[in-house]
Design a protein around this ligand. Structure first.
Ligand code: PAF
Length: 283
């Protein structure tokens, strides 16, 4: 497993592999790798000749009061885990390598969706994500890039960016990997106290209950939403938002009723203690 720290060295290696006709798979991460990330690595290793895992805690996607300094960093363990799943390279640049002139003034933004749902509570988050992901696409010239469905809005925005800006990369979205309890795997789960960890199961329980109600014919947004809100409150969490939106454009159903002709998804963010967790379920 080779760890690259500089853009120029990674580029030299990847470009020469591409000239040999090899396909490059990119798994962008912020490290603290877990089974969810490994499902992305596994998919890339299966599809592509070469798999690069980027490990970069991207400062420009964190708000001033967020957990940038606290975010877990353990490159050695990450490299070992990714290597044991067949990844070829780690790209772990410093902040100075990625942003030599300080915070970049050239940014990729989605003007409408960046301020909804997660974006409403994390101003600037999605422009930080889109900017770093665009840079990673340009640095690696990857043929395919792998993202998790847990970050539903992120995955949607990245796919939209790729279409809007004609990036020559095939985006693959992998399903959420859950702990046996149902809790979605996340690097932030390790911030949860034992008790909050147990309680946070109520997020997926609420989502499953809403999905079951939908399957039985419930189409009204408010009762579907309330089932999730109640489950989280009873479980001892603090709801940030629960939204039932269209999978097509991530827009809420203005009529208050889920459109029969459209696929929908419930997006949720909630706090357990100081830890913010997100999850979703497609209906
Ligand atoms: O999902 C993440 O871990 C990050 O938002 C990403 C896509 C690696 C960009 O920093």
């Amino acid at each position: 497993m080779k760890v690259f720290k500089t853009i120029s060295a990674l580029r030299r290696t990847l470009y020469s592999l591409k000239r040999e006709g090899k396909t490059i798979g990119l798994v962008p991460t912020m490290g603290a790798l877990h089974e969810g990330h490994m499902s992305l690595v596994d998919a890339s290793v299966k599809d592509c000749d070469v798999t690069v895992v980027s490990v970069f805690v991207n400062p420009i996607q964190f708000g001033k009061t967020e957990d940038l300094d606290k975010y877990p960093r353990r490159l050695k363990a990450d490299a070992e885990l990714a290597g044991s799943h067949g990844a070829d390279f780690i790209f772990a640049p410093s902040v100075e390598e990625m942003y030599p002139n300080g915070d970049p003034l050239t940014l990729v933004r989605d003007e409408t969706l960046e301020s909804l749902y997660c974006g409403a509570y994390r101003p600037g988050h999605f422009r930080g994500v889109l900017t770093v992901v665009a840079k990673l696409f340009l640095i690696t010239a990857a043929n395919k890039a792998y993202f998790g469905e847990k970050d539903y809005q992120q995955a949607f925005l990245i796919q939209k960016m790729v279409k809007d800006l004609n990036f020559d990369v095939d985006i693959k979205i992998s399903p959420i990997i859950r702990e046996p309890s149902g809790l979605a795997r996340s690097s932030r789960n390790e911030f949860l106290s034992e008790e909050d960890h147990r309680r946070a199961v109520c997020i997926s329980a609420g989502l499953n209950a809403a999905k079951a109600a939908y399957a039985e014919g419930q189409r009204k947004v408010v009762p579907l939403r309330d089932m999730v809100v109640k489950a989280i409150l009873v479980g001892g969490g603090l709801v940030q938002f629960v939204e039932v939106v269209s999978q097509k454009d991530l827009r809420a159903f203005a009529s208050g009723v889920v459109d029969e002709n459209e696929k929908s998804v419930i997006l949720v963010a909630a706090y357990f203690g100081k830890t913010r967790l997100i999850d979703n379920i497609e209906l």
